[in-house]
Design a protein around this ligand. Structure first.
Ligand code: DX5
Ligand code: ZN
Length: 243
């Protein structure tokens, strides 16, 4: 299934309630928390996420781009927050943090920046409900999609299938109707889009267009996903993992 999560980083923060209503047809809302330390940009923290939770009925997907998520991330596991994503590069103990998030009733998700390998995530994949593969350097909207991240997506999807676990696989950065099918064909199923949704006069139309672009990637069979996954499993990537 293709799920579209607009990122409010590209919304009007002064009219956020209005801009949340514009994306009511989405599958979730992606909320970027940045601390100006882990990334060179600053947005907002828990009080804003709490207010968003009061005014939207969409599932909230919190993307924490902050230092020390081991300390701060559990606080974000509030009502209406469907998943909390923390960065692999920032955490001391990803597995313990994921377990704590799950214990608090939210889905646990781990993110990797473009320069971070997924080997450690693959080793502990069952501990996570979602993996976020960044397709831009985190920090800013409006950057170009990095197609060279797709082998990570393919490896994660292949491993999840091998293990027989349900894993949401999210891509974030530069997602448009042109790039979404590439990520979908690689195994992603949750698509974050900031500028592609809010940069247009009708966000609702853009959500539909993105969803259709994703469905097309599966329906036309342009790329045989299962063959891709079999290929990855046969290259030695899977063989180097603990089983
Ligand atoms: C960037 C954020 C993204 C951002 C994506 O660090 O994590 O969620 O909003 O913006 P676009 O879709 O414009 O690349
Ligand atoms: Zn994000």
């Amino acid at each position: 299934m293709v799920r579209i999560h607009p990122s409010i980083l590209s919304a009007d923060f002064v009219n956020l309630e209005r801009d949340l209503e514009k994306i009511a047809s989405a599958d979730g809302v992606h909320v970027d928390v940045m601390d100006a330390h882990f990334v060179p940009n600053l947005t907002f923290g828990l009080p804003m996420v709490q207010r968003i939770a009061e005014v939207t009925s969409l599932p909230i997907d919190v993307h924490l781009m902050i230092d020390d998520p081991d300390t701060w991330a559990p606080q974000y596991a509030i009502d209406r927050v469907d998943s909390v994503t923390f960065h692999a590069e920032a955490t001391r103990d990803a597995v313990s943090l994921a377990r704590e998030l799950r214990a608090r009733g939210t889905r646990a998700s781990i993110a990797v920046k473009p320069g971070t390998l997924v080997d450690d995530v693959l080793e502990h994949l069952a501990e996570f409900d979602m993996v976020l593969v960044m397709t831009v350097e985190p920090g800013f909207g409006g950057q170009s999609f990095m197609g060279e991240m797709m082998p990570k997506v393919e490896a994660l999807r292949g491993r999840a299938e091998e293990l027989g676990i349900e894993l949401a696989l999210q891509v974030d950065g530069g997602i448009t109707a042109d790039t979404l099918p590439i990520a979908a064909a690689s195994g992603a199923d949750v698509f974050v889009a900031g500028s592609a949704v809010y940069g247009h006069s009708s966000p609702a139309e853009r959500i539909t267009a993105l969803r259709d672009a994703g469905k097309g990637a599966f329906d036309t069979g342009r790329i045989d996903l299962r063959a891709i996954h079999r290929g990855i499993a046969g290259t030695g990537t899977a063989g180097s993992l603990e089983t």
